[in-house]
Structure formats: structure tokens, C-alpha cells
Design a protein around this ligand. Structure first.
Ligand code: SF4
Length: 367
């Protein structure tokens, strides 16, 4: 595909989707496969896609994020190939944050040494729970002991650690949620809390799809909002809490609607006001099927910017806000927002009611 932009003149963020996992988790609806025989064709397709971005020169990266799937199912030699593709096509000298996701059962000291040698600054670990029964319910491949070992390994390496946790797991109690939160607080400087949601294609859907997970989730979310700030983790986005200065720069680039190149199957890039949606499956991606290209109008970009940046406690600049969205905000309860002359952001209460706020904003924006 001819990409009509001049990104090599500025900085942008790069995300690479590694679509392989050792086993499928019970709640998973992400695109990932357990058959690793396609790794070489994935690497070749990632290389082709990276070259399509860099044909005018290597693009300066500000942040790098390797996610999945499970990046630590790649062997170290496959990781070497991936890093060569990145270095050949992008200028990595100005990267301020480089993260890889990892699974507790496959993160070894050898991987940690590799990540340090390759200037990674941060590991995002899929802990999900520190209760073994809950991990079994979720169909995770690891147990709480391997999660603790992996967290300890990262902490002693000096790399920054982010941990993902899930709430509203069937059978979960506030006590077990408190234990999971406190356990990861001992090691991490960034914690992401996600409510369990089950799409119809998730393996757990048949058993738990009828449960009111939203209703159940509210008390867990409120508890996280209560306990984490008392341990110096500030909520800076609907699902994310960080110690001071440890907010995820890569995700902030996404929420600020900055240029983010995303490589891999089912990846969606946003570059110079154009969204590129890659084919969903590895087979289609490796066959070179072109991404769907969608030029956003200035109005569509402004709506997206408002919705994305309103997810964060930094909010959106009012001068960038469409009058319809400002009006939607003015007709909702004021305690959902923190409003200053320059900015509008969600308050902690507003973060709890995010879905209601987005749907109101969309109603006004589309009227
Ligand atoms: S590790 Fe993540 S991507 Fe892989 S199956 Fe589990 S939830 Fe899905």
C-alpha cells in the first residue's frame, strides 16, 4: 500500500502485535492463535509492513510497545529477528519508553537480560489475579506463585513493572480482590484493572455469559479507586493507575490521538489523520491483503480526540472541543467532570460512569 504521509519528519509511537499464545484463556476474544508454525510468515509480513512505512526514511520513534497475544512465546532468536526489523526501519535512538507484555509462566531471567540489552524500560505482566481458584476460572496458564516469581524477577532487574488485574471474576470476593491489589502493589509502579467481559466467542461465555458482570463489577472498581490512591497510585485513566511519573507514555500517545503505527494482524494504525485497519487473521495478513484505509474528516478526528482524551485525568483542551460536546458535558451532572478554564476531564465518579458519558457525547455529536 502507498502510504501518503511524511512521518519520517516527526516522532511517532510503534506497537507490534504478536498474535501467538501458548493456550487460549477462557475470557479471550483478542486475535491470537496457539499454532506457532506461522511465526516466520508473521515476521516476514511484519517486515513488509514496516518497510511500507519507512520507504521515505527511518521514522523516529518516541515509544515502542510489543503486545499480544503473548510476546514471551517467541524464542530469543525470533525476538532477535523482530528487533532487527524494528531497527532497520525505525530510528530508535529517541525512544523514551519501550514496553513488552509478558506472561508470568514464560518470563525467564534470559528474557529479562535480552530486554535489558535491547533497551526495554518496562514489562507489562498479565497477572490477572493472585488467587489460584480465580486463575483457574479464567483459564490462565499460570498460578499465583509463578506470578509472584515473575514480579520479583522484574523488580530485581530494575525494569519498570506494570501488572494487569481482572475484576468481576465469578466467585471473586472483595477480600480476594484486595489481596490481588496489595500483592501487585509490592512490585509494580503501574496497575491496570479491567472488568471481566465475555464476548459470545469467548470459551467462558457458555458458562458465565448470562451473568451480570457489569453489576458485579461496580464494587470492585470502586474499591480499586479507594485503595490504590491510598498507596500512591493515581488513577490517570479509566482502567489505569500509576505511581507518580510512571504513567504509560505509549498509551497516552494513543489517548491523545497522536500518530501510532501498529503492525500485525488485526492491527489498527492512526497516522496523519488516516486509520489503517489490517486484515484480522494471520493467514490474510501474511498473504499481503491490504489494510482498509479510512480518512477521518476534521470533525470525526475532533470527536475521537474528545472521547479518547476524556478517558484520562488530563482530559481534553476546551479549545479543541466541538461546541456540541461542550453542550453535552454542560447537561450532565457537574460532579462527573473536573472543569477548568482550559480543560475538561473526568472526575473519579465520571470514570465510573464512562460508558454513560460516551453514549451521551455520541448522541450530541451525531445530532
Ligand atoms: S494471554 Fe491474552 S491474548 Fe493470549 S489467550 Fe490469554 S487473554 Fe488471550
Amino acid at each position: 500500500m502507498i502510504r501518503d504521509f511524511t512521518l519520517h519528519t516527526k516522532h511517532c509511537s510503534l506497537y507490534i502485535h504478536v498474535p501467538f499464545c501458548e493456550r487460549k484463556c477462557g475470557y479471550c476474544s483478542f486475535y491470537s492463535i496457539t499454532d506457532k508454525r506461522g511465526v516466520n510468515s508473521w515476521l516476514e509480513a511484519v517486515k513488509r509492513e514496516a518497510e511500507s512505512y519507512s520507504r521515505h526514511g527511518r521514522i523516529n520513534l518516541s515509544t515502542l510497545y510489543i503486545g499480544g497475544g503473548t510476546p514471551t512465546v517467541l524464542t530469543l532468536s525470533e525476538w532477535e529477528s523482530l528487533m532487527s526489523i524494528i531497527r532497520d526501519n525505525f530510528d530508535t535512538s529517541s525512544i523514551t519508553e519501550a514496553t513488552t507484555e509478558a506472561n508470568p509462566n514464560s518470563l525467564t531471567p534470559e528474557y529479562i537480560a535480552f530486554f535489558q540489552d535491547n533497551n526495554f524500560t518496562r514489562i507489562s505482566l498479565g497477572v490477572q489475579s493472585m488467587n489460584d481458584t480465580e486463575l483457574l476460572t479464567l483459564g490462565r496458564i499460570h498460578d499465583s506463585e509463578s506470578a509472584r516469581n515473575a514480579m520479583s524477577l522484574v523488580k530485581s532487574s530494575g525494569l519498570n513493572l506494570s501488572c494487569d488485574l481482572i475484576f468481576a471474576i465469578p466467585g471473586q470476593t472483595l477480600r480476594s480482590w484486595d489481596y490481588s491489589l496489595r500483592s501487585v502493589m509490592d512490585y509494580a509502579n503501574h496497575i491496570s484493572c479491567y472488568q471481566l467481559t465475555l464476548e459470545p466467542d469467548a470459551p467462558m461465555f457458555e458458562k458465565y455469559g448470562g451473568d451480570d458482570l457489569n453489576g458485579v463489577g461496580y464494587k470492585f472498581y470502586r474499591y480499586a479507586q479507594y485503595i490504590l490512591p491510598r498507596h500512591n497510585f493515581t488513577q490517570y485513566e479509566i482502567s489505569n493507575f500509576a505511581a507518580s511519573g510512571h504513567e504509560c507514555k505509549h498509551n497516552l500517545a494513543y489517548w491523545n490521538h497522536s500518530d501510532v503505527i501498529v503492525l500485525g494482524p488485526s492491527a489498527v494504525s492512526y497516522v496523519d489523520g488516516v486509520r489503517y485497519t489490517n486484515p484480522k487473521t494471520l493467514a490474510e495478513y501474511s498473504a499481503g491483503i491490504e489494510p482498509v484505509r479510512e480518512k477521518l474528516s476534521p470533525r470525526e478526528s475532533e470527536i475521537e480526540l474528545a472521547i479518547l482524551s476524556l478517558r484520562t485525568r488530563f482530559g481534553v483542551l476546551r479549545k479543541n472541543l466541538l461546541p456540541e460536546i461542550e453542550r453535552a458535558v454542560s447537561e450532565m451532572p457537574p460532579d462527573l467532570f473536573v472543569i477548568t478554564p482550559e480543560r475538561i476531564a473526568l472526575s473519579p465518579r465520571g470514570m465510573r460512569l464512562g460508558n454513560y458519558i460516551w453514549s451521551e457525547i455520541m448522541l450530541y455529536a451525531e445530532s
